[in-house]
Design a protein around this ligand. Structure first.
Ligand SMILES: Cc1ncc(COP(=O)(O)O)c(C=O)c1O
Length: 381
């Protein structure tokens, strides 16, 4: 039987045809003025999505490279950091700190819950030496959105502390205005809301964070952000850029502008709400009901249903590639993405597949109940 494969994972995400076509052209040389023009457009487009006047650096790496770059450019060995650990990617902040000899105080958050900003304030009061708060905007492993604005309000009162936000699955999905909220480091990646294949990471630093780079003594070479900044302002990059991806990025950024950031956030909000309501209508439990990210919906596998099999059946029967649970959530949840190039009827497909797969696995489903709940939201203004 023919199976059409479709990505419903929170990275990589689907790539629009016009972006694919843009990337299919002959590879230009990165010292050619034509590429410099592309790069200039890309720099402006990234500032639009980031809602910032700061330079947004483009790195040829996955998102983790920019996370590592954020740590090794702003901190020094023996510095203190605070790490919000509410999932796999929060843990990654801790691992990067460990690798670089940065001491960190973790705030361990139950997976599926958002961090309480009051706890961050308390920890910063108790440990005034903390130089950086490292957090996710959207913790992709649990589908949680952390309260970044509230955290920024706390960190902004302290001259000696910066807020470093891994917005890899948050930027371009919901409001994260870098300048207005006073976020110090904001990281994102190409294979999420940017609707591109993996391979690019983006990072912007506030004036305060650039000040921290002057004190940082951790080793850095490929991810030397100060050097990258100097060349980016001349529409160049320090090393050979991922040329085709940058050309694709220009197209994706045009799509952001055409839709408008506000509309883009509204679309994500609606798709997310429809997915959540559909799951609830089917009697399923959400992993993150209180503070869900609009990038993806994490749904608990019902009693007696193996989450791993559930995920596999989505793909085997309908070609939909969703995500399962990671680490302690392995086999316990499925994650359905609606980040990036998704529209209303994509959600109907995913919900319909959810109904059919669950029914097939012996879970009592009234066919159409989830679809109806989703349609009621997707059809509203
Ligand atoms: C929130 C978050 N942080 C970090 C990463 C790691 O990014 P990458 O796999 O591009 O290195 C991801 C990727 O899924 C993510 O979703």
């Amino acid at each position: 039987m023919m199976i059409k494969k479709q990505l419903f994972s929170p990275g990589p995400t689907p790539v629009p045809e016009r972006v694919l076509l843009a990337m299919a052209g002959p590879v230009m040389h990165h010292r050619d003025p034509a590429f410099e023009e592309v790069f200039q457009e890309v720099r402006e487009g990234l500032q639009y999505v980031y809602q910032t006047k700061n330079e947004v650096l483009v790195l040829a790496s996955s998102g983790t490279g920019a996370m590592e770059g954020a740590v090794c450019n702003t901190l020094s060995r023996g510095d203190e950091a605070l790490v919000v650990r509410g999932g796999k990617f929060g843990e990654r902040w801790g691992e990067i700190c460990e690798a670089y000899g940065v001491n960190f105080t973790p705030i361990d958050v139950t997976w599926g819950e958002a961090v309480d900003p009051a706890l961050i304030e308390k920890t910063l009061n108790e440990k005034p030496a903390i130089k950086a708060v490292l957090v996710q905007a959207s913790e992709t492993s649990t589908g949680v959105m952390h309260p970044i604005k509230e955290i920024a309000d706390i960190v902004n009162k302290r001259d000696g502390t910066i807020l470093v936000v891994d917005a890899i699955s948050g930027l371009g999905v919901f409001e994260l205005p870098m300048d207005q909220w006073g976020l110090d480091v904001v990281i994102s990646g190409s294979q999420k809301a940017f609707m591109l294949p993996p391979g690019l990471a983006f990072v912007a630093l506030s004036a305060k964070a650039w000040g921290f780079t002057e004190q940082s003594t951790l080793p850095k070479y490929y991810f030397n952000l100060k050097e990258e900044l100097a060349v980016a302002q001349k529409n160049q990059s320090q090393f050979t850029p991922a040329i085709s991806l940058v050309v694709g990025l220009r197209e994706a950024l045009k799509m952001f502008k055409e839709e408008g950031l506000e509309n883009c956030f509204k679309r994500h909000a609606k798709l997310a709400q429809a997915t959540r309501e559909a799951a609830k209508a089917l009697g399923l439990e959400l992993l993150a009901p209180a503070s869900p990210s609009n990038a993806l919906t994490a749904i608990k596998a019902p009693e007696g249903i193996d989450g791993k099999k559930l995920k596999k059946n989505f793909e085997d029967k309908f070609g939909l590639i969703i995500a399962g649970g990671q680490a302690q959530l392995k086999g316990k949840i499925i994650r359905i993405a609606h980040i990036g190039y998704f529209q209303a009827l994509d959600i109907i497909q995913a919900v319909s597949a959810l109904e059919l797969v669950l029914k097939d696995m012996g879970y009592p489903v009234e066919l159409g109940k989830g679809v109806k709940a989703a349609e009621e939201i997707l059809g509203s203004n």
